[in-house]
Design a protein around this ligand. Structure first.
Ligand code: ADP
Ligand code: MG
Length: 320
C-alpha cells in the first residue's frame, strides 16, 4: 500500500464538527464564539516511550490518550487532532490495529482526526490535539495560592510498577501485572474531571513524569511551595497496594513513577465540597495530599509524619 492508500484506508473519516477534515492542504476548525483553542502536541518514539513489540492497538490508544490528558489538565473539551506518523513500512495489519485503538479513543471523546502527515522512517508518532475552553477559564499551572489544598486523581505509581515488572526487576502476581500494565499501556485521560474543575481548581497539570517533579512545575510557575503528606498519596491500585512490596519502591513509583496521566490540581479549602462534587460528577476519585505554602520548596512528610528529603527526581529525557 502506498502513502495515499494508507491515509485513505485508515485515517480518512467523515468529520462532523470540524469545518474541513483530511484531504486538503489544511483542515479547518470553527471554534464557537467566546471559546479559546487549547492546543498541545506529544510525540511517542520507539525505544523511548514504548517497546518495539507493543500491541499496535494499545499504542494507538496511548498516543492519543497522552494528548487528551493535556487537554484535561487545562479543562478543555477535545475537538480534533492531527496525526504525524513515521512508519518503517506499510504493514497494513499493524496500521489497521493502530488506527483501531486510536480512533476508538477518539470516538469516545468525540475528538476528530482532521489531518496529519505520513512518511517512511523509524516508528514515531506525533499527535497535536485541539480543544476548546471558554475564554479565560483554562486551568493553568500558574494559579496556585498559599493555603490551597493539593489533590491528585486516581492512583499513582501503577504504570511504573508494571514497567519494573516488565523489565524484570520485580515479580507481580498475574492479575496485578495485568491491571497495572493496563494503566501503563492504556491510560484513561481524565477529561471529564478537567471539565468539572473549571472555576474550582486554582491550578492544574497532568502527571506524566512523576508527582514530585510535575508538582514542581506548578510551584515554580505559581511562585509558591508545598507540603505533601506521603501517607495520603493514594499509592497504587488497590490490588497492588495489598501486596507486601518494598515500601521504598512503592514510594519511588508513587512519587516519581511517571506515566500516571492523572491530574494534580490545587483548590481553595473553602471549595472542598465543590471539588468532591466535581469528582463525583466525573466519576473520578480524587485525594487531598497536601497544601500549598508561601515558603518556596517542596516538603515531604513520611510514614510517621517526619520530614523526608525530596530527592525523588522525576523523569527528564536529557538527564543521566
Ligand atoms: P501535503 O503534502 O499538502 O502536506 P499530504 O500529501 O502530506 O499533504 O497529505 C494529504 C492529506 O492527508 C492532508 O489533508 C493531510 O492532512 C492528510 N494526512 C496525511 N497523513 C495523515 C495521517 N496520518 N492521518 C490523517 N491525515 C493525514
Ligand atoms: Mg499541501
Amino acid at each position: 500500500m502506498g502513502e495515499f492508500d494508507l491515509i485513505r484506508t485508515f485515517f480518512t473519516r467523515p468529520v462532523r464538527r470540524a469545518a474541513l477534515g483530511v484531504g486538503d492542504d489544511c483542515a479547518l476548525l470553527a471554534p464557537a464564539p467566546g471559546m479559546q483553542l487549547a492546543i498541545s502536541s506529544d510525540m511517542l518514539v520507539e525505544g523511548r516511550h514504548f517497546f518495539a513489540d507493543v500491541d499496535p492497538r494499545l499504542l494507538g490508544h496511548k498516543a492519543l490518550a497522552v494528548n487528551l490528558s493535556d487537554l484535561a489538565a487545562c479543562g478543555a473539551r477535545p475537538l480534533a487532532f492531527t496525526l504525524a506518523l513515521s512508519l518503517p513500512r506499510a504493514d497494513t495489519a499493524w496500521v489497521g490495529a493502530f488506527a483501531q485503538g486510536l480512533l476508538a479513543l477518539a470516538d469516545a471523546h468525540q475528538c476528530e482526526l482532521i489531518g496529519g502527515d505520513t512518511t517512511q522512517g523509524p516508528l514515531n508518532i506525533c499527535i497535536t490535539v485541539f480543544g476548546e475552553v471558554p475564554a479565560g477559564q483554562a486551568l493553568l499551572r500558574s494559579g496556585a495560592q498559599a493555603g490551597d489544598d493539593i489533590y491528585v486523581s486516581g492512583s499513582l505509581g501503577d504504570a511504573r510498577l508494571a514497567l519494573e515488572a516488565l523489565q524484570g526487576r520485580l515479580q507481580l502476581p498475574a492479575d496485578v501485572l495485568a491491571a497495572t500494565r493496563q494503566r501503563l499501556e492504556a491510560p484513561s485521560p481524565r477529561v471529564a474531571l478537567g471539565l468539572a474543575l473549571r472555576g474550582i481548581a486554582s491550578s492544574a497539570l497532568d502527571l506524566s513524569d512523576g508527582l514530585l517533579g510535575d508538582l514542581g512545575h506548578i510551584l515554580t510557575q505559581s511562585g509558591v511551595g508545598a507540603c505533601i503528606d506521603t501517607r495520603l498519596t493514594s499509592p497504587l491500585l488497590a490490588a497492588a497496594a495489598r501486596l507486601p512490596l518494598d515500601q521504598a519502591l512503592v514510594r519511588k513509583c508513587t512519587l516519581a513513577g511517571g506515566d500516571d496521566y492523572e491530574l494534580c490540581f490545587t483548590a481553595a479549602p473553602a471549595l472542598r465540597a465543590q471539588v468532591a462534587a466535581a469528582a463525583q460528577a466525573s466519576a473520578t476519585p480524587v485525594t487531598r495530599i497536601g497544601s500549598v505554602q508561601a515558603q518556596s520548596g517542596l516538603r515531604l512528610l513520611g510514614a510517621d509524619g517526619e520530614e523526608l528529603l525530596a530527592r525523588f527526581a522525576s523523569f527528564d529525557h536529557f538527564s543521566a
